[in-house]
Design a protein around this ligand. Structure first.
Ligand code: NAD
Length: 477
């Protein structure tokens, strides 16, 4: 298991020799110590990325793409090993790591590998006597800071488009879940990525993350994490006015209308909130139910929530694992008290499971709380297996509740009425809307938020645009 920093093509200890404990979310035991990057290490990584940039940018798109395609194949060859590592470090149930995290990571690198030689410019019609063409050029060194909830998948979301477009990368995984990113760096070396093109600097946000965000040789910072940290990133980036892309928090509205297919909606709503223990920015964490079907829906939904098998993430039968850290489990449980204090009703869960086999891990029962739209649990991101139920009687009311937070990332609607579905989708203030499904993602479809969920888009051509500069050339013909 790799536990050092990856700088300029080599695994090295941190300059000051600091380390961070990586703990198992299943029982709190020590998995390993990793080197803790600080400002000096980030400086070395940025310098390596800066040196590597001209040659990497000068490669043809097809050559860069070939390496990304080889990496995608390599990830698939190591599918089981990567799935085990991700589950060990994050607490994702192995069945999800195998069927979602690893295949999606490979698919995303493959998508951007295929796109690397298709980054086209344009010829713009201008006045007679002049030719104007636009080329898309890489930005330079990009800094990428990611959270702990989907560390493996985020390597591909972040690095795939950046590298395809010809940038070099310094990526800082979360100090809590660095292991799969370091393994991907090893695989990148194996398939032949040149030294310095990718550098991995796990470390704390206030030191390594802060330095990366403020570094004067970093041309763009792409951040995924909480809205509060996103604000700090914007401040830190001001010195050299670097480009900033922010993928921040969410409070996904998942609306079930009275004409919905209830069985599909119940299953979809459970997936929307309980997948990955609710630790997803796009989680359907507000379940907004039409008053006519609310009671029947809740009866079925709570039955389903109670039947979810909690257990060790490394057990192939487990449906829901632990939260990723003890601190985060305590934060989620605190929201149960906050809900009660404001008059919310805990309909199910709300505590740690009684199974003694799980007593040392960071587990929380699937939790269903009924509240009012202005309550804190209907406004703030809990980021756990905690869903807030709200009721409505008209479409207008549903829309007002859905749009009544600072966030705008994921959203969902369940209805058989086609006109209503399109009307609502057009008016929901969110970067993504799923109709009669939830949490679909694809490397080709833009992913990102509006409002305080951030700006910029991952995936697809949108991501390539976000990792390139448009250069306009005028020719007097
Ligand atoms: P966080 O903001 O605490 O940390 C995210 C990353 O930022 C970590 O690597 C951390 O070390 C680093 N960091 C912390 N302080 C920093 C600072 N001052 N300067 C630079 N870097 C710093 O978030 P988290 O708790 O790790 O992750 C959960 C959050 O991420 C949730 O709000 C969730 O919604 C959000 N998220 C958003 C998306 C999206 O695509 N919109 C996806 C996943 C998670």
């Amino acid at each position: 298991m790799q536990n050092q920093l990856f700088i300029d093509g080599r695994f090295v200890p941190a300059v000051k020799g600091g380390t961070i404990e990586v703990l198992s979310p299943h029982d709190g035991s020590l998995i390993t110590h990793i080197a803790a990057a600080e400002a000096e290490d980030v400086d070395l990584a940025v310098a390596a990325a800066k040196r590597a940039f001209p040659a990497w940018a000068a490669l043809s798109g097809a050559e860069r793409g070939r390496l990304l395609l080889k990496l995608a194949d390599k990830i698939e060859e190591h599918q089981e090993e990567l799935a085990q590592l991700e589950s060990l470090d994050t607490g994702h149930p192995l069945r999800d790591s195998r069927s979602l995290d690893v295949p999606r990571t490979a698919a995303c690198f493959r998508y951007f590998g295929g796109m690397a030689d298709k980054i086209e410019g344009a010829v713009i019609p201008v006045e007679t006597g002049f030719l104007n063409y636009v080329q898309r050029k890489p930005i330079g060194v990009v800094g990428q800071i990611v959270p702990w909830n989907f560390p493996l998948m985020f390597t591909s979301w972040k690095m795939g488009p950046a590298l395809a477009a010809g940038n070099t990368v310094v990526i800082k995984p979360s100090e809590i879940t660095p292991l799969s990113t370091l393994r991907i760096a090893e695989l990148m070396k194996e398939v032949g990525f040149p030294d310095g093109v990718v550098n991995v600097v796990p470390g704390y946000g206030h030191s390594a993350g802060q330095r990366l965000a403020e570094h004067e040789d970093v041309g763009k910072i792409c951040f995924t994490g909480s809205t509060a940290t996103g604000r700090r990133i914007v401040e830190a980036s001001q010195g050299n006015l670097k480009r900033v892309q922010l993928e921040l928090g969410g409070k996904g509205a998942n609306i079930v209308f009275e004409d919905a297919n209830l069985e599909a909606a119940v299953n979809g709503a459970a997936w929307a909130i309980f997948h990955n223990q609710g630790q997803a920015c796009i989680a359907g964490s507000r379940l907004i139910l039409h008053e006519r079907i609310a009671d029947e829906f809740l009866e079925r939904f709570i039955g389903l929530a109670r039947s979810i098998r909690l257990g060790s993430p490394l057990d192939a039968d487990t449906e829901m694992g632990p939260l990723t850290s003890a601190q985060h489990r305590d934060r989620v449980l605190a929201y149960v008290d906050i809900a009660r204090a404001q008059g919310g009703r805990v309909l199910s869960g709300g505590k740690v499971p009684s199974d003694p086999a799980l007593a040392h891990g960071y587990y929380v029962e699937p939790t269903v709380v009924e509240a009012q739209p202005d309550h804190r649990v209907a406004q703030e991101e809990v980021f756990g297996p905690f869903v807030t139920v709200l009721r409505f009687s008209t479409d207008e009311e549903a829309l007002a509740i859905a749009n009544g937070t600072q966030y705008g990332l994921g959203s969902g609607l369940w209805t058989r009425d086609l006109q209503r579905a399109h009307r609502m989708a057009a008016n929901i203030h969110a970067g993504m809307c799923w109709i009669n499904c939830y949490k679909r993602v694809s490397p080709g479809s833009p992913f990102g938020g509006v409002g305080q969920s951030g700006y910029g888009r991952e995936m697809g051509f949108e991501a390539i645009h976000d990792y390139t500069e448009a250069r306009s050339v005028w020719v007097n013909v």
